[in-house]
Design a protein around this ligand. Sequence first.
Ligand SMILES: N[C@@H](CCC(=O)N[C@@H](CS)C(=O)NCC(=O)O)C(=O)O
Length: 343
Amino acid sequence: MKVLKSTLAIVSAAAVLGVSGFAQAGATLDAVQKKGFVQCGVSDGLPGFSVPDASGKILGIDADVCRAVAAAVFGDATKVKFSQLNAKERFTALQSGEVDILSRNTTMTSSRDAGMGLKFPGFITYYDGIGFLVNSKLGVKSAKELDGATICIQAGTTTELNVSDYFRGNNLKYTPITFDTSDESAKSLESGRCDVLTSDKSQLFAQRSKLAAPKDYVVLPETISKEPLGPVVRNGDDEWLAIVRWVGYAMLNAEEAGITSKNVEAEAKSTKNPDVARLLGADGEYGKDLKVKKDWVVQIVKQVGNYGEVFERNLGKSTPLEIDRGLNALWNNGGIQYAPPVR
Ligand SMILES: N[C@@H](CCC(=O)N[C@@H](CS)C(=O)NCC(=O)O)C(=O)O
């Protein structure tokens, strides 16, 4: 089965990349249109980002980024299939052509953007940073007190390197225990095999909420790294990269303009605001530049939501994660989410 899966991956990679071995501009959009759906790589279960509900539907902000791309390309946000990938599998799945987009809490770094045949379109789904979750019995108040700790970490992540830098930089010792999934790390924290669980901070809250006694654990105040999480595509297909980039920016611009899933259709018909008219396809042919539908932003916002709606639904105060917007607020509201304009 495994062999069959990788053979298929190579065959489909060859189809996408062409005989020259380089992805051609437009090849991904052509292939996506031909098969009728976007194949989207997500995590294998991270609340708020991508997690299956009881019916198997994948919920989360990462999954919704792919739905928004499908809404722009097909006018139908349901035309997505998901591949659940762990941290170690994710880049090979994208490089081989098994998925069209990787939208899996993946940190943008220079080596991933320039050294792996991949590209980050630049839309940041969520500005994150690494933190530490500890059993409150340890009585630790700061990461600086973690000298000698045993730390559970996920293999194949930026977390491994950033934690190593932090401890070395602060002259502290630690023993890492690495796992392939976050569930294994959480179990080891509960059993006491490790003193500390470390990951992107958004996930510490989610992981704590899943423990048998969440109140026994505290998230330490430090954030030790920058983890800008965003979608990734293959290098060499600028058209596909532009679609993913501008779908993300469109969601931010819609929030900034006060366009929501509730009012978007009415605004598309009646707006007198030139920015909104361009964004919603009432003025100009901006969808055509991207080779997507004229009403691409209307479909994204109507079917998936603007950025703020997607954030609140998946991560916000009404969810078990209860994350506030923080850095992920819009630039004109105290955050750093700033999208270039559609025009
Ligand atoms: N953002 C980091 C970490 C990504 C990562 O894989 N994090 C873990 C811990 S939060 C995860 O997603 N685990 C989910 C799983 O494997 O089920 C990166 O890009 O390397």
